[in-house]
Design a protein around this ligand. Structure first.
Ligand code: SF4
Ligand code: SF4
Ligand code: FES
Length: 184
């Protein structure tokens, strides 16, 4: 078992956000640890998931910050020293549950994970990456004579725990490079 620190805040009852520490098994994903906490310690913990990371049908429902870096909780494996927070891109509804329709004024520094490169020769501006990205990292903008995708918020990217944009881009125009090694 290892301790894990988890962000807790219910705006309906809490005056201030706080962190709670729980003991969880050192196996599986961060999402497995959140489930363990929910089932064994505190059923009031708010977190989201959908596909649970099966195959490539990743739904993007579970972004969090793990030790300051964005990640999908269903794909990030448990480590010994972990702090799990709400991803700061969107407003918090409760604990780790985000409102994907309301972007938050960023009050927290994110440690960037990745470098995202779009090949302007290959990109045809189809917007598939804009629609599939759970963190709204891309915008399609005019570049000389054509429209192409541009990463406007690479900081929020969940990197190799996600990769949905690069998997789904039919033109293979998106390159995701990790800036440091991580466990996925
Ligand atoms: S999915 Fe690929 S081709 Fe389409 S806009 Fe994004 S980068 Fe360009
Ligand atoms: S890997 Fe692509 S789809 Fe996933 S969060 Fe990063 S930019 Fe968005
Ligand atoms: S639960 Fe679907 S991506 Fe994590």
């Amino acid at each position: 078992m290892v301790p894990i620190k988890v962000f807790r805040f219910d705006p309906e009852v809490d005056k201030e956000p706080r962190f709670e520490t729980y003991l969880v098994p050192l196996e599986g994903s961060v999402l497995d640890a959140l489930r363990y906490i929910y089932e064994n310690y505190d059923a009031s913990l708010g977190y989201r998931f959908g596909c649970s990371g099966a195959g490539h049908q990743r739904c993007g429902a579970c972004p969090v910050l793990v030790n300051g870096r964005p990640a999908l909780s269903c794909k990030y494996l448990i480590e010994k020293e972990m702090t799990v927070e709400a991803h700061p891109k969107f407003e918090v509804i409760r604990d780790l549950v985000l409102d994907f329709d309301r972007e938050r004024k960023r009050d927290k520094k994110i440690i960037p994970n990745v470098k995202i490169t779009i090949d302007p020769e290959k990109c045809d501006g189809c917007r598939d990456c804009v629609f599939i990205c759970p963190l709204k990292v891309f915008e399609v903008r005019k570049n000389e004579a054509k429209m192409i995708s541009v990463p406007v918020d690479s900081e929020s990217c969940c990197g190799l725990t996600c990769e949905q944009c690069s998997i789904f881009c039919k033109n293979n125009a998106i390159k995701i490079e990790m800036m440091m090694e991580r466990k996925t």
